[in-house]
Design a binder for this molecule. Structure first.
Ligand code: 4AD
Ligand code: MG
Length: 468
């Protein structure tokens, strides 16, 4: 076969160089046709759109084409021509075809008929080859780009916080332990406690649940930083919104009060949504048509809204009124209760019909590091609640007073000896500051309209599932 530099299909489809010979490589979506001519829809992942390859049967022969079935990989040389068929502007009249890899339909699990998302999760190693997951993973890339651009444009520094840590930032006891000890032969002291002296780090260590504590150290020096990395939580919640391994973006800003923090969160999400509409429209349109007819409408809607800002106490009042008027919830609602997703979505989807930033939660249901309000009961927390998702962002102004912070750490059972370095920021040059965490996959749920968080991360980790 003649060597011609490969052109990506996304470029070929835009080309007007009719009459020139091009090379494309990709995976076959479908092959159909008759005794005279076959049409191959070829996709190389660069775009959701396929290029049509026109194959004269006389030239290639039936036998040659037989192995060109769904997801066989081929390389095609051919002449770019203006397409006669509707729905496409160019096609390629094949002159030479090389088969790189067959995909025997007798054993290949993906066929051109639609498969359920549940089935595709069982073949997560192959699902990127479907239109749906191609679209989702291209959008995932673009959202990561948008996030870096947003912060870079505003002078935030990308700061890398450790994955392995000895402190539980959220204090919720949901950490995965990291050890090189022989679990069949654990050394214990006379009280039966495990001796970590001989473990790799000489102490108990875990995978991080959040980069915030180290992020705060950086904000107290660089002024404004963000993290963007994997986080791990051993919460046994098998819901469509929880993963054991998820990616989180955590900005942290010196001299920000909670109002600044809320504005940053709102601007940030809107920037990401706008970026998706500007850069991923073909993929979004596909997902809109396939799964969620209101997706594009919802994305545009959020851009137009000023997010409602509401104190937790007022939110509870609204929910209690709803219950009094006959609205049923699965979980009880009262001042002091943590909101369930159903409550968050009631506020957003039914009551306000707008994203809501809920603030000033009871201190008992929030982490030790949040700034304490004068009332002694609430803390300066802020959760951003979104349609279809519930909580998409959690954050707060931080307690910058050493004494108050230490007392709260004690009350909540966070050992000061584990976070002495964190407390040092309050000992030396402390400052008001704030930050938040955006769950990357929750943002992707919103932007793609997918209903299950397992379908917006390539290889989901959930209870009893770490395949691939
Ligand atoms: O509300 P969270 O627990 O807040 C923190 O971790 C803070 N340290 C953030 C900060 O202030 N720097 O988590 C933040 C966000 C949630 O709003 C949610 O979007 C996402 O992370 N999240 C999860 N996403 C997927 N699966 C899980 N198990 C998640 N837990 C939290
Ligand atoms: Mg939270």
């Amino acid at each position: 076969m003649e060597t011609i530099t490969r052109t990506k299909i996304v470029e070929v489809l835009k080309s007007k160089a009719f009459g020139t010979t091009v090379n494309v490589k990709g995976w076959v979506r479908t092959r159909r046709g008759n005794k005279n001519v076959n049409f191959i829809a070829l996709n190389d992942g660069s775009t959701i759109n396929n290029v049509q390859i026109v194959v004269e049967m006389e030239k290639f022969g039936e036998d040659f084409l037989k192995p060109i079935t769904t997801d066989a990989c081929i390389s095609v040389n051919g002449v770019l021509v203006e397409s006669q068929g509707k729905g496409q502007t160019v096609e390629i009249q094949a002159t030479e075809i090389e088969i790189y890899g067959e995909a025997d339909p007798a054993t290949y699990p993906l066929q051109k008929k639609g498969h359920s998302l549940e089935f595709l999760r069982e073949i997560a190693h192959l699902r990127p080859r479907t239109n749906t997951f191609g679209a989702v993973f291209r959008i995932r890339h673009h959202m990561a780009m948008a996030i870096h651009r947003f912060f870079h444009e505003r002078g935030f520094f990308y700061f890398h916080t450790p994955i392995i840590t000895a402190s539980d930032c959220e204090g919720a006891g949901q950490m995965f332990q990291v050890t090189t000890m022989n679990l069949y032969d654990l050394k214990k002291d006379e009280n039966g406690s495990i001796l970590y002296d001989n473990d790799f780090f000489g102490r108990q260590a875990s995978l991080t649940v959040s980069g915030q504590l180290e992020g705060e150290l950086a904000a107290m020096a660089l002024g404004a930083i963000y993290t963007f990395g994997p986080t791990f939580r051993a919460e046994n919640s098998n819901t469509p919104r929880h993963l054991a391994e998820f990616w989180m973006i955590e900005p942290e800003v010196a001299f920000y009060e909670i109002e600044d923090n809320m504005q940053l969160a709102e601007d940030f999400i809107k920037y990401c949504v706008q970026w998706a509409l500007d850069n991923c429209m073909e993929d979004i349109q596909f997902l809109n048509d396939m799964f969620d007819k209101e997706l594009i409408e919802r994305l545009n809607f959020v851009l137009k809204q000023n997010f409602i800002r509401l104190a937790y106490t007022d939110g509870i009042r609204i929910l209690e009124e709803a219950v009094a008027n006959g609205r049923k919830f699965e979980f009880p609602i009262f001042w002091g209760a943590d909101l369930a997703s159903e409550h968050e979505r009631y506020l957003v989807e039914e009551h306000f019909k707008c994203p809501v930033i809920l603030t000033d939660y009871p201190k008992e249901i929030k982490s030790f590091y949040m700034k304490q309000n004068e009332d002694g009961k609430t803390v300066r927390a802020m959760d951003v609640l979104f349609p279809k998702i519930g909580e998409i962002i959690g954050g707060s102004q931080r307690e910058e007073n050493l004494e108050k912070l230490s007392r709260r750490a004690d009350e909540m059972g966070v050992p000061q000896k584990d976070i002495w370095w964190y407390l040092d920021t309050r000992r030396f040059g402390t400052a008001p500051h704030s930050g938040f965490g955006l769950g990357f996959e929750r943002l992707l749920l919103f932007v793609t309209g997918m209903a299950n968080i397992r379908d917006v991360i390539p290889f989901p980790r959930t209870p009893r599932n770490a395949e691939f």
